[in-house]
Design a protein around this ligand. Structure first.
Ligand code: GLN
Length: 393
């Protein structure tokens, strides 16, 4: 017989957020046999040389814990790549923490640097995880809107969000879900405010290599005075199409890294050891790999963008990452959750309801998010299904 518990089963924190809608949509896609354009993971193969490196590492018996903050070979590779691609000198012994994906990187960072009650500025729409991350770390989120069609922010509005209680600002560029690539000037403005208010910049740059139409990704850490107040988060997931490997990393000053490493150690001990070896191989890929990655995704973006516009969606062109925020006001009077349900059940396409990216659901109720990190054949099949929306109206 099961005992009836009288105290509330969950903590106040756990009660304040729901399960991830992004991840739930993948499960729904499977149930309905829908094309999954919801959760952002590739359905095509990862680079052969990286998979081989992972297999070799396992066969070489790299099967026990790596050093908690990351295997030396992987940290060296991260430092080398930061030098080559960002022109940043990073000490692999004191400034890098390897984590279980960028998801752990973000929560470990917030738990390490934020005190309950500290304010954290978040641009909205934002990647879903940042909401629960602030709750778990006790931070008070202050949202600053990014407005379509360019998803720009108003500098005065941003200035007003900074106070003496602000501890950090979370930046995600190239941006999920909007596809915005923050300009150098925008990042300069953010950096100026961070210095003025003594605030940390926590920057999620997981889509750093996925930029289009000549747009350039600027790491905020490279701007004047930002070296020691920036925490840069990244992962193998998107750049090398291995989202299930769960290997991410954080670059930060030795002082910040010390705290992040402690939290990380007690959260997960370490990221998968053999996959870190493969990660060292991945980070040594030649420059051409990244150019091709971006060019391939730009083609996929064009394919889906064209199909969405032809079907009557209102979308601004994403200049980075692999998502499209699509307004469906001209197509349906439903709200985003009901429209998503209709798409997955009746049209056979899984997407993410726009409200998942806003703190007040109404703000996202006119949008759904499509991802295009898929085989051309998957995107084509989605395009065909999209045409049925008209037939159904
Ligand atoms: N970043 C991906 C997305 O936004 C998913 C990441 C995840 O589910 N961990 O869809």
């Amino acid at each position: 017989m099961r005992d009836n518990m009288t105290k509330s089963a969950l903590s106040h924190k756990a009660e304040r957020f729901t399960e991830s809608v992004i991840r739930e949509m993948t499960r729904l896609a499977q149930i309905h046999g829908a094309v999954n354009l919801a959760q952002g993971f590739p359905d095509f193969e990862a680079p052969k040389e990286i998979k081989e490196a992972a297999c070799q590492a396992i066969m070489a018996d790299i099967n026990q814990y790596a050093i908690t903050w990351g295997s030396k070979s992987f940290r060296n590779a991260i430092a080398a790549k930061a030098g080559q691609h960002m022109g940043l000198e990073v000490d692999p012994e004191r400034e890098i923490t390897v984590t279980c994906g960028s998801t752990e990187a973000m929560i470990a960072t917030l738990l390490a640097v934020v005190n309950p009650g500290d304010e954290v500025i978040i641009f909205e729409p934002f990647y879903e995880n940042y909401g629960p991350d602030t709750i778990l770390s006790g931070a008070i989120p202050r949202f600053v809107p990014l407005r379509p069609p360019d998803w720009t922010f108003d500098l005065e509005e941003l200035e007003r969000a900074f106070t003496s209680r602000t501890r950090a600002i979370i930046i995600n560029t190239p941006n999920n879900p909007t596809g915005k690539v923050f300009s150098r000037q925008e990042l300069q403005d953010i950096a100026d405010l961070c210095r003025k208010w003594d605030v940390l910049a926590i920057t999620d740059e997981i889509y750093e290599h996925i930029v289009y139409d000549g747009h350039v990704h600027t790491p905020i850490v490279t701007l004047d005075g930002m070296r020691d107040r920036t925490i840069t988060i990244n992962a193998l997931s998107k750049t090398y199409s291995v989202t299930g490997w769960r290997v991410g990393f954080v670059i930060a000053s030795p002082q910040l890294t010390q705290g992040i490493r402690k939290v990380h150690d007690f959260l997960t001990v370490g990221a998968p050891a053999p996959l870190q070896e493969a990660g060292a191989r991945a980070l040594a890929m030649p420059r051409g790999y990244y150019t091709e990655l971006a060019a391939g995704y730009q083609r996929k973006r064009d394919l889906l963008l064209h199909a969405l516009r032809a079907a009557g969606f209102d979308c601004s062109t994403p200049y980075g990452a692999y998502y499209i925020m699509a307004g469906f006001g001209a197509l349906s009077p439903l709200n985003d959750t009901d429209f998503t349900r209709y798409l997955v059940k009746d049209i056979g396409i899984a997407v993410v309801p726009g409200s998942s990216f806003f703190h007040e659901p109404e703000r996202g109720s006119g949008y759904v998010r499509f991802c295009f990190c898929k085989k051309d054949s998957t995107l084509q099949s989605a395009s065909e299904r999209l045409q049925r929306i008209h037939l159904n109206q």
